[in-house]
Design a protein around this ligand. Structure first.
Ligand code: MRU
Length: 342
């Protein structure tokens, strides 16, 4: 599959994920405002993807700036960074990507680079981050593949696939790498209400790759575990606290508790850019509350009675005690996470 996100001819290119599985359409974004909008409206989504998108937002902000001196350019980039950071609060990768770009701009400023050199440095870093993300996912995949059974059924939640990254994926990267290594894996994909990333995106990717996949509604997972149909769970993450608590798509916590109850290993696959050592535990993770329409409507059609109260937290936190291992590009981290994540 082509990259989910790319940078070509001074524009950020993303696959519009709101149109999958019906059509595969690319959007071209010439300015940081449209990148910010694409992140907010989830045309680009998934923690690693929005990290790179945020960084590329700074690249296009620099490219199209008419600032005549490096200090003014840097100030404009800080403003662009503020706008981009306000799009989604939970995935720490977004802040990591933007800050990495702003740090590079600041280093260029300190080195007394001129405006053109500063723009060039940011563009080179953007291209490097695109390549790095793909390489990181492949490394996560090769580390994690060893944890999957030779022959078995893996449950995943939401979409932590190629579409959530520049390519290949984290949780789905582990599954892809296991399949490439000759393992016979069948995937159960939770549909992942309310936005259905599991059914729409994960199933789309796996069907295209000829990896056997069965979609189940979220409330089926427990029953399938009880019947012995699931050998392990692999999910992605939006933020991992210093003690190993994991913020991920709403519903991940329920899956983790169920897996724990049934003695099924629960693995989290994520790049180290998802680890936020500044958070002692997951309780302080900022959890995004999204539009109530995501719950009351499906594909634009209202399915809830008028007048009903609605809440829509987009993420939840799974305590580290339910996480058997965290698979990163640097290797597999086992408990105690407080010591080993560092
Ligand atoms: O709201 P989304 O679709 O951006 O949420 C995505 C997830 O929760 C993913 O599991 C997470 O970002 C990891 S992606 C490799």
């Amino acid at each position: 599959m082509q990259r989910t996100i790319d940078y070509k001819n001074g524009k950020v290119i993303v696959i519009d994920q709101t149109r999958i599985p019906h059509e595969l359409v690319e959007l071209e974004m010439p300015d940081y405002e449209s990148v910010a909008d694409a992140i907010k409206t989830m045309k680009v989504r998934g923690a690693p993807a929005i990290g790179v998108a945020g960084a590329l937002g700074i690249v296009v902000a620099a490219r199209h700036s008419s600032a005549s001196d490096p200090k003014s350019l840097y100030e404009e980039l800080e403003q662009a960074g503020d706008t981009l950071k306000k799009t989604r609060p939970t995935a720490v990768n977004l802040f990591w990507g933007i800050d990495r770009m702003l740090d590079a701009a600041h280093a260029a400023l300190k080195a007394e680079s001129n405006v053109d050199d500063m723009k060039h440095a940011l563009e080179s870093l953007g291209k490097l981050m695109l390549q790095e993300d793909e390489d990181i996912c492949r490394r996560i995949g090769s580390h994690g593949a060893s944890l999957l059974p030779q022959n078995g059924d893996v449950l995943t939640h939401c979409n932590a696939g190629a579409l959530a990254c520049v390519g290949y994926g984290t949780a789905l990267g582990v599954i892809r790498a296991a399949v490439e290594a000759g393992k016979r894996i069948h995937v159960y994909a939770d549909e992942t209400r309310p936005r259905l990333q599991g059914m729409k995106l994960t199933c789309f990717e796996l069907v295209r790759d000829n990896i056997p996949v069965t979609v189940i509604s979220d409330n089926m997972a427990g029953s399938f575990m009880r019947k012995g149909k699931i050998d392990c769970v692999v999910v992605g993450a939006d933020r991992i606290a210093a003690n190993g608590d994991v913020a991920n798509k709403i519903g991940t916590y329920s899956v983790a508790v169920l897996a724990h109850h049934h003695g099924i290993p629960f693995y989290v696959a994520a790049p180290t850019s998802t680890i936020d050592l500044s958070l002692a535990n997951g309780d302080d993770t900022p959890i995004e509350e999204r539009s109530h329409e995501e719950v009351t409507h499906i594909d634009g059609h209202r399915i809830a009675p008028m007048g009903v109260e609605v809440v829509n937290p987009s993420f939840d936190v799974t305590p580290a005690a339910y996480v058997n291992a965290i698979i990163t590009e640097k290797g597999i981290v086992y408990p105690p996470y407080k010591k080993n994540l560092r």
